[in-house]
Write a protein that binds this ligand. Structure first.
Ligand code: GUN
Ligand code: ZN
Length: 431
C-alpha cells in the first residue's frame, strides 16, 4: 500500500464552532499521513513524522483545508450561470427549463458532467449533492463521470410530473427510474443517491407520495429539494396546498421531512418550520450567491441557530454566481449582517466542510480531514492576487481565512487532492 506524507499548514473544523469553542484544529507546521486514500495520522510535523521512518514527504505551499462540499448544485445549469433578468419563477421558465431539455441527449449530458466536475475541482470542491434533470440518462452520465474520477458525489433524477412540456415525467416513471438508479448506483464506490422532487410546485400529490415511498423503501438515500426560496413561489405553494400549515408541511405530509432531508434555501421560514426541521434533524443548504442573484432574500442565520437547524453551504449554480464555496462563505457573512448575525470565518469554513458533510450524512468519510477519513483536501493560496497578498501579509489566521472568503475564488485554489492524489493543479490543470 502506498503511504505518503503531506507537510504544510493545516486547518479544519471538527465541530460547528457555534456549538463547540474548541472546534478549530490547526497545525502551523503539520503533517498529514495518507495511506490507500485515507488519513492515517495528522498532527504537528515534529510529533508525527518520527512515527513513520522513511516516509516520503511532500511540502505543500499554502493553507491545507478539507475538500469543500457543495450541499446544493445543479450540474445541468452550468452553462446558464449569469442569465439575465428575472426572479425565480420567470428565470426557471426563461432560462433553466429550455437548458434542461437538452439533457435528453446522453452525449450532451456526459459532456457537461465532465466540464462540471472539472469546474468543481478547480474551485476546490470534492463532494456535492447534485441535481441532474428529469432524464434518467442525465444521472447515469453524472455518476459515470464521478465514478471515473473516484469522487464522493450524491445525485438523483429530478421528479417533476407537473413540469413544462418536454420536461415532465409520470408518477410511474419517477418511481421505476428512481428505483433502478438507486439499485445501480447507491453505495457503489463513493456514490450515493438522493430522491429529488424539484420542488412542491412541479410534483403532483401522487408523485410527492411516491417520493416518500421511495425514501421509506431505501433508508440510506437522501431527500433533496427546494424550500421557501422566493415570495411568489411561497404564495403559489400556499394556494395549492391549502391543508398545509406552511411550505415545509406540504412536504411533511408525504413523509419527506426526515433526518436525511436536505432542503435548499429556506430563506423565508416561519419559526414552526425551523422547529420542525430541528426536531426531525432535516437541514438546509444555504445558498447565498443564488439568493442575492435571484433577489430571493437573505438567509436568517440567527433564526436557524436559535432553533438548532443543521446547515451546509451550497453554490446553487446556475442561480448561484460562483461555484466557489470560499466566495459563497463570504457572501453568507454579508447575508447575515442585515439581520444582526455576524458569521465567523471559521464557521463559514465549517459550513463548507463538516457542516455540509453532516447534512449529507457523509461526515464519517469526509469534511474534517481527521484520522480515518478519506484524504480529500485543498491547498489554498491566500496571496492569489496582489490585493489578497497585501491584505493577508502578516495577518492572523482568522483574518487570512476571512480574506480568502471575501476576496478568494478559484484563483485561490492551488491544488485539489482526491483520495490523496492531486486531481487539479492551478498551474497544470486536470491531473
Ligand atoms: N426551485 C425549483 N427549481 C429550481 C432551480 O432549478 N433553481 C433554484 N434556485 N430554485 C428552484
Ligand atoms: Zn437549486
Amino acid at each position: 500500500m502506498s503511504i505518503k506524507g503531506f507537510r504544510g499548514e493545516i486547518l479544519s473544523l471538527s465541530h460547528d464552532p457555534a456549538e463547540a469553542p474548541e472546534a478549530v484544529r490547526y497545525e502551523a507546521d503539520g503533517l498529514l499521513v495518507v495511506e490507500a486514500g485515507r488519513v492515517v495520522a495528522r498532527g504537528a510535523f515534529d510529533v508525527v513524522c518520527p512515527r513513520f521512518p522513511g516516509l516520503a514527504v511532500e511540502q505543500l505551499d499554502g493553507l491545507i483545508v478539507p475538500g469543500l462540499i457543495d450541499a446544493h448544485v445543479h450540474y445541468p445549469q452550468l452553462g446558464r450561470i449569469a442569465s439575465h433578468g428575472a426572479q425565480l419563477l420567470d428565470w426557471l421558465e426563461r432560462h433553466i427549463f429550455p437548458a434542461e431539455k437538452a439533457f435528453a441527449d446522453p452525449a450532451h449530458a456526459a459532456g457537461v458532467a465532465e466540464e462540471f466536475l472539472d469546474e468543481l475541482l478547480r474551485h476546490g470542491t470534492t463532494s456535492a449533492l447534485v441535481f441532474a434533470t428529469v432524464h434518467a440518462a442525465s444521472v447515469e452520465a453524472f455518476f459515470a463521470a464521478a465514478e471515473a474520477r473516484e469522487l464522493r458525489m450524491i445525485c438523483g433524477k429530478v421528479l417533476m410530473d407537473l413540469g413544462p412540456d418536454g420536461l415532465r415525467d409520470t408518477v410511474e416513471e419517477a418511481r421505476a427510474e428512481s428505483a433502478a438508479l438507486i439499485a445501480k448506483w447507491h453505495g457503489r464506490g463513493r456514490l450515493g443517491y438522493a430522491v429529488t422532487p424539484r420542488y412542491a410546485l412541479t410534483s403532483s400529490d401522487e408523485q410527492l407520495a411516491a417520493a416518500g415511498e421511495l425514501l421509506a423503501a431505501h433508508p440510506g438515500v437522501l431527500l433533496h429539494t427546494h424550500l421557501a426560496e422566493n415570495h411568489a413561489e411561497i404564495a403559489e405553494v400556499a394556494a395549492r396546498f391549502t391543508e398545509a400549515v406552511d411550505y415545509l408541511d406540504a412536504y411533511d405530509r408525504f413523509g419527506l421531512v426526515t433526518e436525511r432531508a436536505v432542503f435548499a434555501h429556506g430563506v423565508h421560514l416561519p419559526d414552526r418550520s425551523c422547529a420542525r426541521l430541528a426536531e426531525t434533524g432535516a437541514g438546509i443548504a444555504v445558498c447565498p450567491s443564488s439568493n442575492f442573484f435571484l433577489g430571493s432574500g437573505m438567509f436568517d442565520f440567527g433564526q436557524a441557530e436559535r432553533h438548532g437547524v443543521r446547515l451546509g453551504l451550497g453554490s446553487d449554480i446556475g442561480a448561484g454566481t460562483s461555484l466557489s464555496l470560499l466566495h459563497n462563505g463570504g457572501l453568507a457573512y454579508q447575508a447575515g449582517l442585515p439581520g444582526g448575525y455576524v458569521l465567523d470565518p471559521f464557521r463559514a469554513l465549517w459550513l463548507a466542510t463538516g457542516g455540509s458533510a453532516r447534512l449529507l450524512h457523509i461526515e464519517s468519510e469526509v469534511g474534517m480531514l481527521a484520522e480515518g477519513q478519506e484524504a480529500d483536501f485543498v491547498v489554498l493560496d491566500d496571496a492569489a492576487t496582489p490585493l489578497m497578498a497585501r491584505r493577508t501579509a502578516g495577518a492572523s489566521l482568522a483574518e487570512r481565512l476571512f480574506a480568502l472568503q471575501v476576496l478568494g475564488d478559484d484563483r485561490a485554489v492551488r491544488r485539489t487532492y482526491v483520495l490523496g492524489r492531486c486531481a487539479w493543479d492551478r498551474d497544470g490543470g486536470r491531473k
